[in-house]
Design a binder for this molecule. Structure first.
Ligand code: SAM
Length: 235
């Protein structure tokens, strides 16, 4: 399957749909994205005063979910798209969270942070968009403190053949049309369904985490397998 965009250019799509991203996200996920973010937060390490890095932070919804957890002191959000960061920043101003959540433009494959800094690092629906998944996982591992936890939320395909067929129908036939109407963007949501179908999930993605160095790497299936939550710890 040929993608309408190189993955290295995906942030440009997000720049062009940034103003409508939150609405589209809610409509296309039927509001389930809130449940998935909560599941991610519940899998954070148990201790207090954590500093968390949120990669591909987009419009900062994950960062906002994380900072509401009493265990979290500060969140640093990083994204390649200036447009998405700008929307996130205005949400943080309205919520008076700019002192606790810091947003920065940056590439998850080449982080500018020194090693061993963060108690946890999260990436929601972002790693599918980066050209070099292994480099990204190695960077997540590098910036975690020893004992820190990496957490990834990503789309997957259901195991049950009936659910899988239904979901593929949704991804191929419904999502591109609704996405095009809501975003006004011709191919953004064709890109989305193609990248979901091609991306490794389940044990295949867990193996990539192990290769990057993560210990106790594992995953949990959410919402019939349309999304997976992955986690792994730094030794
Ligand atoms: C589907 S959005 C997810 C946003 C947010 N995490 C959420 O769950 O709503 C994917 C994000 O990945 C960002 N992105 C793409 N490539 C990236 C890279 N190499 N480094 C950092 N962010 C990247 C895009 O700009 C976009 O904001």
């Amino acid at each position: 399957m040929t993608l309408p965009y190189a993955k290295s250019d995906s942030y440009k799509i997000f720049n062009s749909i940034a103003g409508r991203y939150d609405l589209i996200n809610t409509v296309l996920s039927l509001g389930l994205h809130r449940i998935w973010r909560k599941e991610l937060r519940l899998k954070l390490p148990a201790h207090n005063e954590q500093i968390v890095l949120d990669l591909a932070t987009g419009t900062a919804d994950v960062a906002i979910e994380l900072i509401r957890d009493p265990r979290i002191t500060k969140v640093v959000g990083v994204d390649m798209s200036e447009g998405m960061i700008a929307i996130g920043q205005s949400k943080l101003r309205k919520l008076q969270l700019t002192n606790r959540i810091q947003l920065q433009v940056g590439d998850a494959q080449k982080l500018t942070y020194t090693s061993d800094q963060f108690d946890a690092a999260t990436m929601s629906f972002g790693i599918r968009n980066v050209p070099d998944v292994d480099a990204c996982l190695r960077e997540i591992y590098r910036v975690l403190k020893p004992g820190g936890r990496g957490l990834v939320l990503e789309f997957a395909l259901p195991k049950s053949s009936v659910m899988r067929a239904l979901h593929l129908f949704y991804l191929r036939k419904i999502l591109p049309i609704v996405g095009r109407i809501l975003s006004g963007h011709g191919t953004a949501y064709t890109y989305l369904n193609q990248t979901i179908e091609e991306f490794p999930y389940g044990e295949n993605f867990v193996a990539l985490m192990r290769n990057a160095g993560f210990k106790n790497a594992n995953h949990r299936v959410l919402t019939f397998g349309i999304v997976n939550l992955y986690w792994g710890d730094k030794a």
